[in-house]
Design a protein around this ligand. Structure first.
Ligand code: NAD
Length: 251
């Protein structure tokens, strides 16, 4: 069968190994749980693994630090001896007018949200097998944001970092084709600690203002899209931006 149905006892990711940055909390923790529910071994690469849900596996990793990222992949490889995908989800928010944003602030946001995505992709390459059948090709799934499409006042550094993730995804997809599939999620507001810390949370964000589906996303709803992009059903998708935003107009 040239296009085998990849379901293995209903577990489409059985035996596969994934690294999920920022996997200790929020969207990342939901991605770890969702991949594991589909049979994978998903491991959080997080700067603060102490926050990870009980029973999930994590490795301490700072995505801004090359030695830390390399070390995390070495630990993962020592335990599992294979790598099927990475989800670059770690990110930080900065809500500040430009006049108050220091260059250190700007550089920090870019270092985590954009340079970290590049470093993860580069560091994963030596562990990927690029001769896999279509449905099993290694995956890179990046987590950008609707603010990678939109300009929002007082979010300049964050918008720039997420726009960069979208552009980087498109470039990596072409460079790594045909062996590795690279896609990005662009979530809208999602109910996590990051969102709850936003200034507008109580005034309009939590009520889903401007979202046709009438509310913000749950972390699990974003994780379902991540699992699709990690799994066999997305075998012919690369370089795409998948909006998970309840229908908010982006284009
Ligand atoms: P969160 O703050 O709840 O969790 C982020 C996780 O990333 C934490 O576990 C944190 O320890 C980890 N992390 C931070 N810096 C790190 C570093 N240098 N190295 C490794 N790990 C690090 O955030 P979240 O809401 O779950 O966001 C996850 C991703 O989704 C981020 O990239 C964020 O920008 C993006 N996003 C979030 C929303 C939203 O509304 N929550 C919307 C769109 C996009």
């Amino acid at each position: 069968d040239p296009m085998p149905n990849q379901l293995t006892d209903g577990l489409p990711l059985a035996g596969k190994v994934f690294a999920v940055t920022g996997g200790a909390r929020g969207i990342g923790a939901a991605i770890v749980a969702t991949l594991n529910a589909r049979g994978a071994n998903a491991v959080a690469f997080d700067i603060d693994p102490s926050a990870a849900p009980a029973g999930s596996e994590s490795i301490t990793c700072d995505v801004t630090d090359e030695a830390s990222v390399k070390g995390a992949f070495e630990s993962l490889n020592a335990k599992y001896g294979r790598l099927d995908g990475i989800v670059s989800n770690a990110g930080i928010m900065l809500e500040k007018p430009v006049a108050d944003t220091t260059l250190e602030d700007f550089d920090r946001v870019i270092a985590v949200n954009l340079r970290g995505v590049f470093l993860m992709a580069k560091s994963a390459l030596p562990y990927f097998r690029t001769d896999m059948p279509d449905a099993d090709k290694p995956r890179i799934v990046n987590v950008a944001s609707e603010l990678g499409h939109l300009g929002r006042p007082e979010y300049s550094a964050y918008c720039a970092s997420k726009g960069g993730v979208i552009a980087l995804t498109r470039a990596l997809a072409r460079e790594f084709a045909p062996g590795i599939l690279v896609n990005t999620l662009a979530p809208g507001p999602t109910d996590t600690d990051m969102l709850r810390a936003e200034k507008n949370y109580d005034s309009w964000v939590k009520d889903g203002e401007g979202i046709p589906l009438g509310r913000v996303a749950t972390a699990e709803e974003v994780a379902l899209a991540a699992a699709f992009l990690c799994g066999p059903d997305s075998r012919f998708m690369t370089g795409t931006i998948v909006d998970v935003n309840g229908g908010a107009a982006m284009y």
